[in-house]
Design a protein around this ligand. Sequence first.
Ligand code: FDA
Length: 504
Amino acid sequence: GSGSFVPAVVIGTGYGAAVSALRLGEAGIPTLMLEMGQLWNKPADDGNVFCGMLKPDRRSSWFKSRTEAPLGSFLWLDVINRDIDPYAGVLDKVHFDQMSVYVGRGVGGGSLVNGGMAVVPKRSYFEEVLPRVDAAEMYDRYFPRANSMLKVNHIDKGWFEETEWYKFARVSREQAGKAGLGTTFVPNVYDFDYMRREANGESPKSALATEVIYGNNHGKQSLDKTYLAAALGTGKVTIETLHQVKAIHQQPDGSYVLSVDQIDAAGQTVAHKEIACRHLFLGAGSLGSTELLVRARDTGALPDLNAEVGAGWGPNGNIMTGRANHVWNTTGAHQSSIPALGIDDWDNPAAPVFAEIAPMPAGLETWVSLYLAITKNPERGTFVYDKATDRAALRWTRDQNTPAVDAAKSLFDRINKANTTMYRYDLFGPQLKNFSDDFCYHPLGGCVLGKATDGYGRVAGYRNLYVTDGALIPGSIGVNPFVTITALAERNVERIIAEDVKAA
Ligand code: FDA
């Protein structure tokens, strides 16, 4: 393969990666970003960059022959998923033995496929999770910086109360209220002014056309429109797409060499590259960054990585559930795909839960109220290197999710009781199941701050090697995580550029 040298490499283009690349570029450091997914900016034959949720095609999924939507069924019918051609699509579901993890693939990482919910964690819980991070500094400086850079905005409350598109959320709020539970508005990076223009018929519909997990064609301020655009604007940052980093080793002079496979969108390998750099930033996400380091440690490429690499993983207590409403209590055929309200019972000491009221935008009345609950589950998983497959396997058993299911159940049992309603058992696949305990959207940990790294993400045992992403957060943050990942990356990279990069 071809060899080349760049001062700094950032692996991935998600939140941690994008923050790091922007700040490196601003500091004048030539920086190369390597992203295994595609750049999503060219319309396909149908005129759209992304496909919709109800008629998914190959753009939806990362090398699958059938789509793998989180709700696999409805009345036990497999009506949601479709056969497709394997392709470098935007949403991946990574399967481990007893847990599957949804992640975004492409320039912007998870920002391309996520619900855009931009939530600053409760300060007391942040302090509990990351006790050695100066919380005052985070809440005074880095969370506000992240919110402003990410273009976080708030729904107009008057419009929320009157629009048909959020009836599903108002219904759930009223039912929560009957059980004595309060709700809170959730900020978002989807442009709510754009959404109102969609509702008024003034702009092409995206959130109001069921788009979200396979990408939004309009309205969403994903990272390619915020941090990554600014990074490219420095003139110092370049992005190579369809470049997957396979392995990392170190040369005697301390520089790092990456083995990279370049593929085409059909999955054929078109080149092998060796890329050397002085400073290496891992922003491949909790799964990606952890796998690269576990592999490097256990193949002997970076033997001084410590035993904490791979440890401390959790799904942020994610549990999905659905409730069946009475026939007279309709949630609406028209639902925005962008959530706007959460049930906040986090201060309940017995079972803390923050449950986002999720839409089920099916284009017809379903009488379903859907939720993604974030619970406080103390269980943690560990990634171990599997030599036979050259992959990091996740040691996590289904029963480790029991505390999360129990917490979600205690909250939704209260709501069902107060409203004389029941769970739906038909949404999560062919078996009877009212709680999804086998997949998550919020993988966190694997290279925990202060354990696998120092207090700023410098990997223990190696100079000029950094983790920047969700792998730093020890398995739980109590709210949707990307604002925290962004703010922490801002804090860490500021210190690293000042002390390590500029000084070098
Ligand atoms: P992230 O996963 O964003 O980026 C990693 C990037 O690295 C990816 O682009 C990947 O392709 C690339 N990569 C991985 N390995 C590589 C390799 N070896 N070589 C090259 N590139 C590699 N959060 C939230 O706060 N609010 C929300 O509403 C939601 N909703 C939501 C919905 C869905 C469907 C999903 C899947 C996720 C969410 N999330 C969310 C979670 C959120 O998207 C997630 O926490 C962040 O994207 C994680 O950011 P990171 O920087 O850690 O990595």
